[in-house]
Design a protein around this ligand. Structure first.
Ligand code: SF4
Length: 264
C-alpha cells in the first residue's frame, strides 16, 4: 500500500541488511496515511547520516540539509509556510550532538514541527563512533575499551526543554511507534519521537550481537513500558509518552505579534 510514496527509481536503499531504517520509514508512512499527510501538504527535512537518507526514497517534497542543521532548515520552512506539515528525520548523532543546541531551543520555542530521532546508538554512516545516546560501557570505534560517557535520556532532555510531545518506541514495537508518530503530527507544537533502532553493522558487531534478529529480540526482552511496573530495566529503554502538554505555538505567536505591529 505504501509503495505509492516510494521513489522506486532510487531503490534499493543504501541501508545494510537488517537495518531498522526501513521499518521506521514504513511505519512513518502508515502514520502519514492515517493523518492524511500527503506529498501535497507535507515536507520531510533531514540532516546527515544513514537515517537522513530516507527522504530521498520518498515522493514527498524534501530537503536533505547539513549535519545537525535539519531543525534550523525546518524552522525557516515552517515560518514561511505555516500551512505545511513539516516532519524531520534525524539520527542520534545528528539530533543530539551536532544538532543538540538546535534541539533544545526548538523544544523551548514549541514551533509546530515533528522530529523523528532514529536512535541507532552510534554514528553508523561514518564507521561507528559513539554518540551522546550510546549506552555507557558500549564498545565502538572511538571507545575500544567501553564508553565511559553517560548518555542523554533524550526524552527527558526534550521534555525538560519544553517540547509539548515526547515519546519513545522501538523498531520492534511498530504499532506504538505508529501511534506516537500520529500523535506527534497532530500535536500543534514541537514533537519528538525517538525510535530505538540499534545499528547491527557497527553497534551490533562491536557489542556481541550475532545478527539483527538477536537485536530485535533484545529490544523485545529489554524494553519496558512506562507505568507498567514503574521500573527501568535498562537506561533509556523505557518506552511510552514522556510529555504531552499544550503551550503557545511559535508561528501562531509570531503571527499575533506581526498583526500587533501592523496596527501600531
Ligand atoms: Fe543501518 Fe547501521 Fe547500516 Fe547505517 S550502518 S544503514 S544504521 S545498519
Amino acid at each position: 500500500m505504501m509503495t505509492k510514496y516510494l521513489e522506486i527509481s532510487h531503490m534499493p536503499t543504501i541501508w545494510c541488511s537488517g537495518c531498522g531504517n526501513g521499518i521506521v520509514m514504513n511505519t512513518m508512512l502508515r502514520a502519514f496515511e492515517e493523518e492524511a499527510l500527503t506529498p501535497d501538504n507535507t515536507v520531510i527535512v533531514s540532516g546527515i547520516g544513514c537515517s537522513s537518507r530516507m527522504p530521498g526514497y520518498l515522493t514527498f517534497p524534501s530537503v536533505h540539509t547539513a549535519h545537525g542543521r535539519a531543525i534550523p532548515f525546518a524552522t525557516g520552512l515552517k515560518m514561511a509556510r505555516p500551512d505545511l506539515n513539516i516532519v524531520i528525520v534525524s539520527g542520534d548523532g545528528d539530533a543530539a550532538a551536532i544538532g543538540g543546541n538546535h534541539l533544545i531551543h526548538a523544544c523551548r520555542r514549541n514551533l509546530d514541527l515533528t522530529l523523528i530521532i532514529i536512535n541507532n546508538e552510534t554514528y553508523g554512516m561514518t564507521n561507528g563512533q559513539f554518540s551522546p545516546l550510546t549506552p555507557i560501557g558500549s564498545f565502538s570505534s572511538t571507545s575500544e575499551y567501553g564508553s565511559i560517557d553517560r548518555p542523554f535520556d533524550v526524552m527527558k532532555l526534550c521534555a525538560a526543554a519544553g517540547a509539548t510531545y515526547a515519546a519513545r518506541s522501538s523498531v520492534y514495537h511498530t504499532e506504538q511507534l505508529k501511534r506516537f508518530i500520529s500523535e506527534g503530527t497532530r500535536n500543534h507544537g514541537f514533537s519528538v519521537i525517538e525510535c530505538l533502532s540499534i545499528c547491527p553493522t557497527h553497534y551490533g558487531k562491536d557489542n556481541g550481537f550475532s545478527d539483527p534478529v538477536e537485536m530485535m529480540n533484545f529490544l523485545r526482552d529489554n524494553c519496558t513500558w512506562m507505568g507498567k511496573d514503574g521500573k527501568r530495566k535498562k537506561y533509556c529503554m523505557d518506552l511510552g509518552v514522556f510529555c504531552g502538554e499544550s503551550a503557545p505555538e511559535y508561528s501562531d505567536e509570531y503571527a499575533k505579534m506581526r498583526d500587533r505591529v501592523r496596527l501600531l
